[in-house]
Write a protein that binds this ligand. Sequence first.
Ligand code: DX5
Ligand code: ZN
Length: 228
Amino acid sequence: MKASTAADRRGPKIAPSILSADFADIRAQMAIVADAGVDYFHIDVMDGRFVPNITWGPKIIKDLRKLSPLTFDTHLMIVEPERYVDAFVDAGADVVTVHWEATVHAHRLIGQIKSAGARAGLAVNPATPLSELDEILPYIDLLLIMTVNPGFGGQSYIPTSTAKIAAARRLIDSRSLNVELEVDGGVHAENFAEVAGAGADTIVMGAGIYGTPDPAATIKRIRALCAT
Ligand code: DX5
Ligand code: ZN
């Protein structure tokens, strides 16, 4: 049987977060989800300043780039992101998402990401209201709604996030903007349909995929939810 392609699938794109993968076996961990038909790899960069956890920098992304042609969706949870976006694009990031709360010059920073050759994403923490984004929204390629406080995988989805996702969907559509709506944090097979129904284009899942006994079966199960 021919493998399904992104074009024949229904439902949001799936972006496994490799934060929850076993890095001692990262080649196999990436292959398992790629073979199951995911769309992106979500790569969380943490600096121990913007968030209370540290992960990896451009060197790791450059090395991982050799393992997969899929979109590298790079989520920078770092202070002073303007100092590093070019290095992440050079390392192979296709999407570079920076936090609204981490910069006072979002417009300039979004331009910097695009000039470097990547798609520009903007992430917002749970406490940041969408109303703050009125001016910047037309300039970004992707809006990332955080549905946990950033810093760690495996946290619980904040229930009020569903209304925020739906509001973001309405905002994007009412202004006819070409902005991909991504959701990140605490999504698993049990609440995937709720998040998809609120209007997410892309859903990040860390523990919800890599924390399950059979990640490939979990992805199939999620796809089946969207097949009807
Ligand atoms: C949290 C990260 C998320 C995280 C998601 O700070 O930005 O991408 O890996 O993990 P889960 O899906 O386990 O909440
Ligand atoms: Zn993330």
